[in-house]
Design a protein around this ligand. Structure first.
Ligand code: IMP
Ligand code: MG
Length: 182
């Protein structure tokens, strides 16, 4: 019944997530203190909880916008083919864009999105990802801000899903392989 029984190990508890996200928010507030028109772009759907929490620890004025991209289907690794399912609502011309992502894995998604957005004349683009799995990178892309470096295991919770489930777990855990090998 409960989701907890599908979790092999808790990686980051609610408390640990809160502390780390607060620190990221403070750092971004300092780094962008003198910037005008800062836009946090949440990459749907995985970033929805991270963005909601992070934005409340950012103390400077900023806009919030969203994009949705998909590459995964129902598996546990990127297909490499990125499709934009929802574009930004507003212009980023002259804006300082911070892409807010749940996890940087192969890098396909953020490589594609940064290329797509950079031709719209933003003043800057940076990447803020909650989790970073550097071992799996196939694209030359890195995070400007990251919460945690994670081992090469499939993780869920705090927005991250497997086949659209587990996003609403309040912590981040490693999914039992038997769940996705079924
Ligand atoms: P990339 O394009 O391979 O960097 O993958 C980025 C996307 O893959 C993320 O936004 C996630 O939706 C998904 N993803 C990658 N690794 C995991 C994981 O361990 N758990 C859940 N989703 C993941
Ligand atoms: Mg996903």
């Amino acid at each position: 019944m409960g989701m907890d029984r599908d979790i092999a190990e808790v990686l980051y508890s609610e408390e640990e997530l809160k502390r780390r996200v607060a620190a990221l928010g403070a750092q971004i507030s300092r780094d962008y203190a003198d910037k005008e028109d800062v836009v946090l772009v949440g990459i749907l759907r995985g970033s929805y909880i991270f963005l909601a929490d992070l934005s409340r620890y950012i103390t400077i004025p900023c806009r919030i916008d969203f994009m949705a991209a998909s590459s995964y289907g129902k598996g546990t690794s990127s297909s490499g083919q990125i499709e934009i399912k929802k574009d930004l609502s507003d212009s980023i011309n002259g804006a300082h864009v911070i892409l807010v992502e749940d996890i940087l894995d192969s890098g396909n998604t953020l490589d594609y999105l940064t290329k797509t957005l950079s031709v719209r004349n933003p003043a800057s683009i940076r990447i803020c990802t909650l989790l970073d799995k550097p071992e799996r990178r196939t694209k030359p892309i890195s995070a400007d801000y990251y919460g945690f470096l994670v081992p090469d295991a499939f993780v869920v919770g705090y927005g991250l899903d497997f086949a659209e489930k587990y996003r609403n777990l309040p912590y981040i855990g490693i999914l039992k392989p038997e769940v996705y090998e079924k």
